[in-house]
Design a protein around this ligand. Structure first.
Ligand code: FES
Length: 264
């Protein structure tokens, strides 16, 4: 059986040719800045979560603060030392972000120029590109399942945040706990503002007012829709906050910083 040929993309209204456009604004600034920032943050997270611990024995838990890249901590005795415990959990947030509708728009622009921007021409190589109808990009459609899974590490991050307030049964207000709290709030905002969640809650309904259950769903859908308008903000802010929280723990472990704290 032969695969059906890939149809050409509709021509669209942008001029033909990479970067060709009638736009007069600096459309390239946003994808350019986002591409650089995303590459730096993602590279840091890759090395910190997967490479550094096996190679250098880098600490991921210091003074009652567990790095969010390693939570929930899964480090069974049989795990070879060459494998970072972060690998056992990071595939969930990685898959969640990689398939996120917003991130897809962003990295299709700054990595694939597909297209580079609204009303901006793209490379001719995309004219016979199957988009998200074939492997590998058809896998983007499992985003909703990554959403379900993403609530598992999110739950444990809340547990870690409260746990960092009581590391030895004594109340401690430390800068690390404040950083954890900001991080987990932003991550919660990112998850709750997800387009898929909004659809799960309010989709497949013909009538919002026909039953109490439907009215409840409508109310929740409106709240999630409000959050959804800021999904891009949550996406970037939470990506930065994860890096800050993890970096803070590394700096504590290296003795570069000490955690300002009040004990009660
Ligand atoms: Fe971005 Fe679901 S659409 S996390």
């Amino acid at each position: 059986m032969t695969a059906s040929p890939i149809a050409a993309k509709p021509a669209g209204t942008a001029p033909r040719g990479l970067g060709a456009t009638r736009r007069r604004d600096r459309w390239w600034i946003a994808p350019g800045v986002q591409g650089v920032l995303f590459t730096i943050l993602a590279t840091y997270l890759f090395f910190s979560g997967i490479v550094w611990t096996p190679l250098f024995g880098t600490a991921y838990e210091v003074d009652g603060y567990l790095s969010p890249l390693f939570s929930p901590l899964i480090a069974p005795g049989w795990l070879p030392s060459i494998i970072s415990p972060g690998m056992l959990i990071l595939w969930i947030p990685l898959g969640f972000r990689a398939t996120c509708y917003y991130y897809r728009k962003a990295y299709y622009r700054f990595y694939f120029a597909d297209p580079p921007g609204c009303a901006v021409g793209e490379p001719s190589v995309h004219r016979r590109y199957a988009m998200e109808t074939r492997f590998p990009f058809i896998l983007q459609n499992i985003h909703r399942y990554f959403l379900y899974l993403a609530f598992i590490p999110l739950f444990f991050l809340w547990v870690d945040t409260f746990g960092s307030l009581l590391p030895n049964g004594q109340l401690r207000l430390g800068l690390g706990s404040a950083i954890f709290l900001v991080n987990v709030v932003l991550l919660t905002g990112f998850s709750l503002s997800c387009n898929s969640l909004r659809h799960i809650v309010g989709g497949h309904l013909d009538c919002f007012s026909c039953s109490r259950a439907n009215r409840t769903r409508y109310s929740a859908w409106r709240r999630l829709s409000g959050l959804n308008q800021r999904h891009m903000v949550y996406a970037w802010a939470s990506l930065v906050s994860i890096v800050v929280a993890d970096l803070y723990i590394h700096l504590l472990g290296l003795g570069v910083l000490s955690d300002p704290q009040i004990l009660f």
